[in-house]
Design a protein around this ligand. Structure first.
Ligand code: ASP
Ligand code: MG
Length: 422
């Protein structure tokens, strides 16, 4: 097929690649070859890119080395650079394949956001330059995760925000679908490298996908799922390595008989989550106080020194007293802890930290009663001779928290019993 064929801009596909698929120039060149193929099939192609590999983390660390709590406007100026590096390199790689391409920042695409620096919401997507470039036959490469505020400042959309860029562009362009390309085959019931029996959901509806995203087990950013639902954008999560079907997410969802609530089981054993997710080496931080001044001090320290986007789970109980706890990566919580403890060796009364936890999250398939699930699960864990644990239910997720690392075998058995493939 000729390189100079004009793609039909009415059949636009928006495709988003994450940072791990773009971690090096050879990978970027590989992605360019795939994009060229998609264009040759006659599609108008818009590619939304994340920053290469761990670039965003590195930029954030660089910022903190200049200022412990960087001004958020300046942080956005810096963080938005990560995606600009990828977009220009990918456009160059496409040009090297004689595939016409042009890169745009979020601002150049007319992605207009509110003024909330580092966590902005998209208000409007104009997309004129994208439409013009598509009509001219070019592949359009867009820097994800960023926009321009009503005050004409550069903003970023919060960690993982490139998914939202892709969905928002797909909505504006009336794209046939928005593909989120990953280093997994789709929305899997568990990480296949941990649970070889894990299987791929072929289809999910928006609300199921939202449940997974909200619990931190989803592979798509929660705001992107919400945006897709509001605008009826069909999402497809699939592998960046091959052309497999992946997982389709739309309003129908077609709960295949083997998924979730449809699985045959009796009333007391019918908890069928959609996904299991395991995290090791977590730290839990707890604060509890009846003193409002103390609560203010701790709240301030925590919010200044910790990015809530890194929470695996968070619980709050507040009335006359404040009780709050969070579970997150040890490294994320270390600076918070240092400041809570201050110069003292001992942790202040009401503040506690536990390290080395393992958390198995089960998400989706919210039951009528968590108490019923607790009874079911207690039996299962007993049979598997699981070590001591706590169960915590929040929203659509159940967390099984172990005080130590658990053997892979236990995770595999839990998956086998709770998310069986029919
Ligand atoms: N690069 C940004 C991040 O790492 C945005 C994204 O990946 O979607 O959070
Ligand atoms: Mg990223």
């Amino acid at each position: 097929m000729s390189n100079h064929r004009q793609p039909d801009p009415s059949g636009v596909i928006v495709r988003k690649y994450g940072g791990s698929s773009l971690a090096s120039v050879p990978r970027i060149r590989e992605v360019a070859r795939n994009i060229k193929l998609a264009r040759e099939r006659g599609h108008g192609v818009v590619v939304v890119v994340s920053a290469m590999g761990t670039t965003t983390d590195e930029l954030a660390a660089l910022a903190r080395s200049a200022h412990p709590a960087p001004p958020r406007r300046e942080l956005d100026m810096l963080l938005s650079v990560g995606e600009r590096i990828t977009m220009s390199l990918l456009s160059m790689a496409l040009a090297d394949l004689d595939c016409p391409a042009i890169s745009f920042t979020g601002s150049q695409c007319g992605i207009v956001t509110d003024t909330s620096h580092t966590d902005a919401r998209i208000l409007e997507v104009k997309g004129d330059r994208v439409r013009e470039a598509l009509a001219g036959g070019a592949v359009v490469v867009v820097a994800g995760f960023q926009g321009v505020s009503r005050k004409r400042e550069i903003t970023t959309l919060g960690r993982g925000g490139s998914d939202t860029t892709a969905v928002a562009l797909a909505a504006t362009l009336g794209a046939v679908r928005c593909e989120i390309l990953k280093d997994v085959d789709g929305v899997m019931t568990a990480d296949p490298s941990l649970v070889p029996e894990a299987w791929r959901h072929e289809q999910l509806d928006y609300s199921q996908m939202r449940q997974l995203a909200e619990s931190g087990c989803g592979v798509v950013h929660v705001r992107a799922v919400e945006y897709a639902e509001r605008h009826g954008v069909r999402l497809v999560v699939r592998s960046s390595f091959h052309d497999g079907d992946g997982t389709a997410i739309d309003e129908h969802g077609a709960p295949s008989p083997r998924t979730a609530a449809e699985a045959p089981c009796d009333r007391h054993n019918r908890y069928r989550p959609l996904v299991m997710h395991l995290r090791r080496g977590l730290t839990r931080l707890r604060i509890a106080t009846t003193d409002p001044d103390q609560a203010d001090i701790w709240r301030g320290i925590i919010l200044r020194n910790w990015d809530p986007a890194g929470a695996v789970a968070e619980w709050l109980d507040s009335g006359r007293d404040l009780r709050w706890e969070v579970m997150a990566d040890a490294a994320d919580l270390a600076p918070v802890w240092e400041r809570l403890v201050g110069d003292g060796e001992e942790s202040p009364d009401g503040c506690a930290r536990t390290e080395g936890l393992t958390c198995v999250s089960l998400a989706g398939g919210r039951p009528d009663s968590w108490l019923e699930v607790e009874r079911h699960l207690a039996g299962v864990l007993e049979e598997l001779s699981a070590p001591a644990r706590r169960l915590r239910a929040d929203g659509n997720a159940l967390r099984i928290i172990f005080r130590q690392a658990i053997p892979d075998r236990l995770a595999q058995e839990l998956h086998h019993r709770l998310i069986p493939k029919a």
